[in-house]
Write a protein that binds this ligand. Structure first.
Ligand code: S3P
Length: 443
């Protein structure tokens, strides 16, 4: 992986095949969890291929502020001395990281010192009641600002609870399970669908007693007051980052791209299932296991896609991939309908409204629905100047839309791509895309 090109605008032009084999940076969800779990584990943890990106650096910075000793062999290799957290000197700034603040709130609720968790203007707009409500049921002393951050957390005795998640959110599930480590009795979370299960896998690998029951394993119970062994792991590549390259490979002419070493956890691969159902030529190979997670290589070749309907459990398994799915749907033959995806409205931005609004600038016709959207394709996209809205997945999806537009496109506010995928522009350039990360110019 070469150094990140963090520029304000991406100018992307259509044309040419995308070819080659490449890797993507480490998984964001696992990287957040890795530094938090290493901080509370007893002993010295080693983390390789850690994602050094905007969101995860914010979490790492917070952990450092909490007095945890961290050595950095290089940007992606961390040694963390766990088991000795103390009160931070000031508020912890989680920047744009929703996962960072929500999971850390669960950990902080169980500490014997107070903390204040805050973030960017964008993060301050995101709902926190979804975690403060269950944490308060556990006895946590946690105060929000009208249901948003900053969160003021003071030491309190936590009890075990059984909590049914109103939405299938891995962030909420994880916050409760992490707080559950500090309870006076086991804590059970019942999820309505298969939200990503990295926390459960990682806790189990550190020796924590955590069970999954019920027909689909949707009832998760953690036993408190356990010794966490140190973590020793290589973070697999992020399938959510790979998705942008795979869709680019499917839509660009004469293309053949392979993304290697990608996390294939079934709670994350809804996008591969959806694209395959759309007729995509996608193949998995070299499937193995790494750090308790399935990984493999994903090859995508130019394909004529067709529209499909997506709803129910698949939505949860690809919740971060709908911005790029929208681009694929615009180029697919026929009707694509997405339902049950209202959660998209409370991500870094309202991803239904923002994507529809920006793609309309490129001439797209998209029917917005309360819980999803309807697109009839294939549609021609024209050149335009579109805005990334400080939302990494919006900026990267619009870049791929520009790649398959007639004249090319400028994506402004594209630096946020580095919040999850440092080197995104370079990865595309290396495969043959005509992308210029620079100041605005006409397409
Ligand atoms: C994440 C869970 C998802 C996802 C986010 C990362 C995680 O959010 O959108 O990007 O790491 O747990 P929700 O669990 O709130 O749906």
């Amino acid at each position: 992986m070469t150094a990140d090109l963090r520029h304000e605008h991406f100018t992307i032009r259509p044309g040419g095949a995308l070819r080659g084999a490449l890797t993507v940076p480490g998984d964001k969800s696992i990287s957040h969890r890795a530094v938090m779990l290493a901080a509370i584990a007893q002993g010295v943890s080693e983390i390789r291929n850690w994602l050094a990106a905007g969101d995860t650096e914010a979490t790492l910075g917070a952990i450092r502020e909490l007095g945890v000793q961290i050595e950095r062999q290089d940007a992606n290799t961390l040694t963390i001395h766990g088991g000795a957290m103390r009160q931070a000197a000031g508020p912890l700034n989680l920047m744009n990281a929703g996962t960072g603040i929500r999971l850390l709130a669960g950990v902080m609720a169980g500490q014997d010192f107070p903390s204040v968790l805050d973030g960017s203007v964008q993060l301050r707009r995101r709902p926190m009641k979804r975690i403060t409500a269950p944490l308060k049921l556990m006895g946590a002393d946690i105060e929000s600002h009208n249901g948003a951050c900053p969160l003021h957390i003071r030491p309190a005795k936590l009890t075990g609870i059984t909590y049914e998640l109103p939405v299938a959110s891995a962030q909420v599930k994880s916050a409760i399970l992490l707080a559950g480590l500090y309870g006076d009795a086991p804590t059970t979370v019942i999820q309505p669908g298969p939200a990503r299960d990295h926390s459960e896998r990682m806790l189990r690998s550190l020796g924590v007693e955590i069970s999954q029951d019920g027909a689909d394993g949707n009832t998760i119970t953690v036993v408190p007051n356990q010794h966490l062994n140190p973590l020793n792991m290589t973070v697999p590549g992020d399938v959510s980052s790979a998705a942008f390259l795979l869709v680019a490979g499917l839509l660009a002419p004469d293309s053949d791209l392979t993304v290697k070493g990608v996390n294939l956890n079934p709670t994350r691969t809804g996008i591969i299932d959806a694209l395959t159902e759309m007729g995509a030529d996608i193949q998995l190979s070299n499937v193995s296991e790494q750090a308790g997670e399935p990984i493999g290589d994903i090859r995508a070749r130019t394909s004529q896609l067709r529209g499909i309907e997506i709803g129910g459990e698949t939505v949860v398994r690809m919740i971060d991939e709908f911005p790029i799915l929208m681009v694929a749907a615009l180029k697919a033959e026929g009707e694509t309908i997405v339902r049950d995806a209202k959660e998209l409205r409370v991500k870094e931005t309202d991803r239904i409204a923002v994507m529809a609004g920006e793609l309309r600038k490129m001439g797209a016709e998209i029917e917005e629905r309360d819980d999803g959207f309807r697109i009839i394709g294939p549609q021609n996209l024209t050149g335009a100047i579109v805005d990334g809205h400080d939302d990494h997945r919006i900026a990267m999806s619009l870049t791929i839309a520009g790649l398959v537009s007639a004249e090319g496109t400028i994506v402004t506010d594209a630096a946020c791509a580095g919040d999850s995928f440092p080197g995104f522009a370079e990865a595309l350039i290396n495969c043959g895309a005509k992308l210029l990360p620079s100041a605005a110019q006409s397409p």
